[in-house]
Write a protein of this length. Structure first.
Length: 444
């Protein structure tokens, strides 16, 4: 039998050499794999259902599938959505069906399942339904949009989260000490530099390990040891600002600075903090998601176009990525900073949430219920409902809040931007209701 040499092993990327082999070695995803958590139980009991692993790159989707392959008594087939078509799917399904008839189950792992088109995904469906295969799909895209609803409804979705800086530091230290990594090479690297690499990776273990490998390979060897210097780390990361992140909090500090600068309509500061994040290696889609939230939380109906533009910017970032999307984000950040501000929607939601969660959950009033059946009509569902479209003003005096909350006011519009028109419209509606309620009370 041919024995692989150390040199051959080192030609394999570090991220592959150091890949966890057991649940004990796996780092992160404690919400799924901690003691007593459902996914850990399913793996240990070899009771895996069809499921989708959804999460950003480098968080352990393929590694989990590999661990399951070692744990299970089933046939395990690794399948790539990038290189396989309908013909390959059918061949695998035929093998799985033969195994099922022989009493053996088959687990099929499909990496990047979102790359399959509808017809390819549909090819799995009958075999998942009758139990010929247990499907495990891995995707970086939202399964709700990228996976057929019929197939998705038969799978349990597990959301994997970006790894923390501490998680990645654990993996980097293991790679330095483990013989599968650099354990035989006496690598010396300061903990602050380990942390700098972990921060740069932004939750992606593969990125962190690839960067560590580049850094070690570019470091000088002396007296049988490799000393990693700050200069080498800076050169490889090429992200100087991240070298000053000693606490791991800078990620959150920068987004906070951006958010608060825009809220204060400080355009220059807003652009500066955006650039700091992008040049520091921040995911542009993360920034774009936060800007979508800002558009409603801090601008709202003062400028309803802000939300539309924020969603458009997210799509632009998704389409073209960095560095081209940096101008898209700059355009949006500038727009949001100069837009009129209103937090009335945020305040309204929080006030209503307090009532909804702390008050007794009253049943929906009968006049607001639908009555699609004879029994419901007999129980007075819908009785007393006033259809606004039947009135000249398209408004009625009907109360829609629960009785105990009848006079609550959650949304109080400001006079900023276009929200002034909303305020005037609401006042007109309320005045009409008060006048007509008094009129109705007189007639009664």
């Amino acid at each position: 039998m041919k024995q692989s040499s150390l040199f051959e092993n080192e030609n394999i990327p570090l991220a592959s050499r150091i890949r966890p082999r057991t649940l004990e070695e796996f780092v992160g995803q404690s919400h799924l794999l901690g003691e007593g958590k459902i996914l850990k139980k399913l793996i240990l009991q070899d009771q895996i259902p069809s499921m989708i692993f959804w999460g950003p790159p480098g968080v352990g989707k393929t590694t989990l599938a590999t661990i399951i392959a070692r744990q299970t008594n089933a046939n395990f087939i690794n399948f790539s959505a990038v290189t396989s078509g309908i013909k390959e799917i059918r061949n695998v399904m035929e093998q799985a069906e033969e195994s099922r008839l022989a009493g053996t189950k088959t687990i099929l792992f499909v990496d990047e399942i979102h790359r399959f088109n509808k017809a390819q995904q549909d090819a799995f469906l009958p075999f998942v339904e009758k139990g010929s295969i247990i499907l495990i799909g891995a995707t970086t895209e939202n399964p709700s949009f990228e996976i057929n609803s019929a197939l998705l409804s038969r799978c349990k979705v597990f959301v994997l989260q970006a790894l923390s800086v501490e998680d990645i530091c654990v993996l980097l230290n293991r790679a330095i000490k483990d013989e599968r990594g650099f354990g035989r090479q006496n690598v010396f690297i300061d903990t602050s530099l380990i942390r700098a690499i972990a921060v740069y990776a932004n939750g992606d273990a593969r990125c962190a390990l690839n960067m560590l490998e580049m850094i070690v390979l570019n470091s000088e060897e002396k007296d049988g040891s490799i000393l990693v210097t700050e200069q080498i780390v800076k050169q490889c990361l090429n992200k100087k600002s991240l070298m000053y992140d000693k606490s791991g909090e800078e990620h959150y500090n920068l987004i906070s600075a951006l958010h608060k600068s825009m809220r204060n309509s400080d355009v220059q500061a807003s652009i500066y903090w955006l650039v700091r994040m992008l040049e520091g290696g921040e995911d542009p889609l993360y920034i774009a998601r936060r800007l979508i939230r800002f558009a409603s939380e801090d601008i709202g109906l003062a400028d309803p176009s802000a939300l539309t533009l924020a969603v458009s910017c997210y799509q632009a970032c998704h389409f073209i990525g960095m560095p081209e999307c940096n101008v898209n984000l700059t355009e949006l950040v500038t727009y949001l900073a100069v837009a009129p501000k209103s937090n009335a929607l945020y305040v309204a939601y929080e006030a209503a949430r307090k009532d909804a969660t702390e008050q007794i959950a009253e049943p929906v009033s009968l006049h607001l219920r639908n009555a699609p059946t004879k029994l419901m009509k007999e129980l007075h569902y819908g009785e007393g409902y006033q259809y606004a479209h039947d009135t000249k003003e398209k408004i009625t005096t009907m109360s829609c809040l629960p009785e105990t909350l009848a006079n609550r006011v959650y949304y109080i519009p400001t006079v900023q931007g276009k929200e002034l028109r909303v305020k005037e419209r609401l006042e007109k509606i309320e005045n009409w209701k008060k006048t007509h309620k008094k009129s109705e009370e007189k007639h009664h």
